[in-house]
Design a protein around this ligand. Structure first.
Ligand code: HEC
Ligand code: HEC
Ligand code: HEC
Ligand code: HEC
Length: 339
C-alpha cells in the first residue's frame, strides 16, 4: 500500500472510534476525533484537515431515526451503505455511524464511483462519473404517482433529480425547460463539491467551489457573475438580484399562491407524505394538480442549491407551476441562457 492509503486506513480507524463518540449525541456537533495519530499525520502535511473538514460537514451528522430503520439505513449509515445493507439487524455492531470515510472509501462506494453510472428512481443510467457515488444517496427515492391517494413527498435528498431535470411532477400542457450542462460535467457532484485545487486530498467540507465554475472551456467567463447577478428578473419583483435570490423570490410567490388556493389552510411534508389542511386544520384532499404543484415547490426547496444545480429547469418549473396554480402568467421574465 502507498502512503496515502495507509493514511486513509489510519484515519478510518480514528473515525471508527469517533463514531462511538457519536452514538447518543445524534444531530449534535460531533467531537473532533481522537488525535492519537496526529503526529504521523502532521508529518505528511496532509490528512488531519480531511478529518476536521469532514467533522464540519453535514456528513458527520447522524440522523438517528433512519439510521436504525429498515430501508433507510442503507443511506443513513455509512457502513450499511458500503455493504449495501437494508436491514439494520444485519449490521455487525449495535451502534450507528454517519456518512463517514468508509461510506465513500470502501465497498459499494468505491465500486459505484469507479463504475461512473447509477440508476436512480427518476432516471436509469445516470452517467455521473465519480458523482455516481453521491447520486446513490442524493436522489429523491421515488417517482411520485400524481393520482395516488397517498400524496408522497420528495425525500430531502433530491439533488440528482434536479441536476438531471428528471424530477418534478408533470402539469397538464406544460413542457419544462431542460438543460443538463451541470449534469454533464465530468464527475458531476464531485467536480463542484470537492475542491481539488490544493495539494493533497480534496476539501472534505463538500461545500461547492465557485472558482471551478470558469474552469472548463465553454463555461462561465467570470465565475463571480454566477453568484452575483441573475441574467433577468425571474421573480418579477422589479429588480434583477443574485440568481439565488431570484429563485427564492419564485419560491415565495409560489408558496403564497399555494396557500391562497388552500384558503387559509396549510401544507407540510411529514413522514414522506404531503399533508394538506384547511383553515380549521382538518386534513383535506387536494386536486391532483394542486398536489403536483406543491410537490414541485418542495422539490426545489429540498434541492438546497437555490437553482444552481439546474438553473433553466428550476426557473422554468417554478414559473410554470405558479401559472398552473394561479391561472395567471408568471410576472417574471423567462429563463435567459446568457449567464
Ligand atoms: C436513497 C438514499 C436515502 C434513503 C433510502 C433514505 N434517505 Fe433520508 N436522506 C438522504 C440524504 C442524502 C439526506 C440529506 C439530504 C440533504 O441534506 O440535502 C437525507 C435526509 C433525511 C432527513 C433530513 C435530515 C435533516 O438533517 O434534516 C430525514 C428526516 C430523513 N432523511 C429520513 C429518512 C427516513 C425516515 C428514511 C426511510 C424511510 C430515509 N430517510 C431513507 C438519503 C436517503
Ligand atoms: C461523501 C463521500 C466522502 C466521504 C464521507 C469522505 N470522502 Fe475522502 N474523498 C471523496 C472523494 C469523492 C474523493 C476524490 C477521489 C478521487 O478524485 O478519485 C476523496 C479523496 C480523498 C483522499 C485523497 C485520496 C485519493 O486517492 O485521491 C483522502 C486521503 C480522503 N478522501 C480521505 C478521507 C477521510 C479520512 C475521510 C473521513 C474523514 C473521507 N475521505 C471521507 C469522498 C469522500
Ligand atoms: C451514504 C449516503 C451518502 C453518500 C454516498 C453521500 N452523501 Fe451527502 N449526505 C448524506 C446524508 C445522510 C446527509 C445529511 C446529513 C444531515 O442530515 O445533516 C448528507 C449531506 C450532504 C451535504 C450537506 C447538506 C446540508 O444540508 O448541509 C452535502 C453538500 C452533500 N451531502 C454532498 C455530497 C456529495 C458531493 C457526495 C459525493 C461525494 C455525497 N454527498 C455522498 C448521505 C450521503
Ligand atoms: C455545477 C456545480 C454543481 C454540481 C454538478 C452539483 N452541485 Fe450541489 N451545489 C452547487 C451549488 C453552487 C450549490 C449552492 C450552494 C450555495 O448556495 O451556497 C449546491 C448545493 C448543494 C447542496 C445543498 C447544500 C446545503 O448546504 O444545503 C447539496 C446537498 C448538494 N449541492 C449536493 C449535490 C449532489 C449530490 C450533486 C450531484 C448529484 C451536486 N450537488 C451537483 C453546485 C453543484
Amino acid at each position: 500500500m502507498d502512503r496515502k492509503k495507509w493514511l486513509l486506513l489510519g484515519l478510518t480507524f480514528v473515525l471508527l472510534a469517533a463514531s462511538l463518540v457519536l452514538v447518543g449525541c445524534a444531530q449534535e456537533e460531533p467531537e473532533a476525533p481522537e488525535t492519537d495519530v496526529e503526529e504521523p499525520v502532521e508529518d505528511t502535511g496532509l490528512g488531519i484537515d480531511v478529518v476536521d473538514e469532514w467533522v464540519e460537514s453535514g456528513h458527520s451528522k447522524l440522523v438517528s431515526g433512519p439510521a436504525v430503520e429498515e430501508d433507510c439505513v442503507i443511506c443513513h449509515d455509512g457502513g450499511a451503505f458500503a455493504e449495501q445493507i437494508t436491514d439494520p439487524t444485519e449490521l455487525e455492531r449495535d451502534w450507528s455511524v454517519a456518512t463517514d470515510c468508509r461510506a465513500c472509501h470502501s465497498g459499494y462506494g468505491v465500486e459505484v464511483a469507479a463504475k461512473g453510472v447509477v440508476d436512480i428512481p427518476t432516471m436509469a443510467g445516470f452517467e455521473a462519473g465519480k458523482g455516481a457515488l453521491c447520486a446513490s444517496c442524493h436522489n429523491g427515492r421515488r417517482v411520485p404517482d400524481p393520482a395516488a391517494e397517498r400524496r408522497s413527498a420528495p425525500h430531502h435528498s433530491v439533488q440528482s433529480d434536479v441536476l438531471t431535470a428528471s424530477g418534478g411532477m408533470p402539469l397538464e400542457g406544460v413542457t419544462y425547460l431542460i438543460t443538463d450542462q451541470h449534469a454533464e460535467i465530468t464527475d458531476a457532484c464531485v467536480a463542484c463539491h470537492l475542491d481539488d485545487s490544493r495539494e493533497g486530498p480534496p476539501v472534505h467540507t463538500f461545500e461547492p467551489n465557485f472558482s471551478s465554475c470558469g474552469e472548463a472551456e465553454d463555461c462561465h467567463d467570470d465565475p463571480v457573475d454566477v453568484e452575483v447577478v441573475a441574467a433577468a428578473d425571474y421573480d418579477g419583483d422589479g429588480s434583477t438580484e443574485a440568481f439565488q435570490d431570484e429563485v427564492q423570490g419564485l419560491l415565495d410567490a409560489l408558496d403564497k399562491a399555494l396557500l391562497a388556493e388552500l384558503g387559509g389552510g396549510a401544507y407540510a411534508a411529514e413522514r414522506g407524505a404531503i399533508v394538506f389542511t384547511d383553515e380549521a386544520s382538518q386534513t383535506v384532499v387536494p386536486t391532483n394538480e394542486l398536489y403536483a404543484a406543491t410537490y414541485n415547490k418542495i422539490l426545489i426547496e429540498y434541492d438546497g442549491s437555490s437553482g444552481m444545480h439546474n438553473p433553466a429547469f428550476t426557473v422554468g418549473l417554478l414559473q410554470a407551476t405558479y401559472e398552473a396554480v394561479t391561472g395567471n402568467p408568471s410576472p417574471g421574465e423567462p429563463f435567459n441562457q446568457s449567464n
